[in-house]
Design a protein around this ligand. Sequence first.
Ligand code: CS2
Length: 494
Amino acid sequence: MSAPRRLANAVLGSLPAAVARPAYDRRLVRPGIVHLGVGAFHRAHEAVHTDDVLATGDLGWGIVGASLRSPDTRDALAPQDGLYTLASRDGAGERLRVIGSGAGLLVAPEDPQALLAAMADPQVRIVSLTVTEKGYCHSPASGELDEAHPDIVHDLGAPNAPRSAVGFIVEAIARRRAAGVPPFTLLSCDNLPANGRTLKRVVSRFARLRDADLGRFVADEIACPSTMVDRIVPATTDADRTAIAGALGVEDAWPVVTEPFSQWVVEDDFGAGRPEWERSGVTFVKDVDPYELMKLRLLNGSHSTLAYLGYLAGHETVAAAMAAPGFAKLVRNMMDVEVTPTLAGLEGVDLGAYKDDLVARFRNPALRHRTWQIAMDGSQKLPQRLLGTIRDRIASGAPFARLALGVAAWIRYACGTDEKGAPIDVRDPLAATMRERARDADTAGGLVAAFLRLEQVFGTDLAAEPVFARAVETALAGLLRDGAAATVVRVAAS
Ligand code: CS2
């Protein structure tokens, strides 16, 4: 039997007519972007908007994708000439499109010098990142570089062979500078507040720790526009692979499944030029912060709340939680009553319609977005998703029982045992610390006190705020007493 055919340049012409494919000659594409973190999110977002730009004939923006840890993406996509399928799905059906903007795949730990060489290439004018919150090696509460982080300690000791995104970026900047090559623009596409400024803060600090002059250069010369990125992209499953191979007529080792919706709001500050992403529906603005706050607090804050409560109540996916009693009402009330009053300065944005869309997107029956996936790395996510909103509510003397329930559900989840006594696979840089704290406390009050001492999550202000501790303790006591399903129904009705 011959091996099943695989997606590749050579088979593009024979794909079914309904499958969209690169509308340009891939052989003429030149690399213009190096992207750190070629996971599913990047491949459903920046890579797609860039594919649109390539199709306009501007072929100087191919993306060299780098994985900072595992070779999996390269191993899956290199035999496919970097091609993969994007499946966008909702209740109305599915659209398939093969994305061709990839212009090379690198695996940093295998060959750090190859990645540094790609980043130092004068043709490359943008280095973008989706390395997730923890990839910034910073304290989520303060936004400052964590100078004790093992990767940062390593990279300061061996700047020519870095491990962290921050280490690669600063070494590449230094090499370009030494070679007289103009700097690239740094483009963060992670869900962090003021992600450009956060990135700038950590790379400037790291550069200064290497050498004062390099620190000044990074602070003065490197453009780091902030961006708000939005597209829901669940992890690909084997069932997705099988279904997509069936529709394509060839195998695709790593397709990406997503929703039809995609949004990207970007500050227009690119010293070395940029793709005309506006031709692909990207919005360029002067100040992204209000959009970022809206998205982090409304979408991601709701998502995390749904993830912890949903997981504890036994729901595997967000859509399943949304269909269960109380969940949809709880998150909508949280958005309307507790989050919306903390948002300002969004001219021309219809927040009511935005929230209606969010509820519909969370309900999308065609996406199997696991609550467990969103629950990952809560210690890195909570500050910008729930805690900032809570700070604003406390400052204005307003109640925040639903947000406090989100925080309590995270604590309950991070204790590591579900409501039936089964272990939870808690994936979080602080997982071990949190498990220890949970072991030493057995009441809601004891647990809240133990978790509030996590300064990198709560800072020193919230830890010392009795109103906050009381609200979270009340919510956690309810969860421990009644379980998540009943608590959601009760709080939704309040
Ligand atoms: C999710 C996000 O996994 C998570 O934490 O909340 O990845 C979310 O799907 C995206 O931010 C949507 O734009």
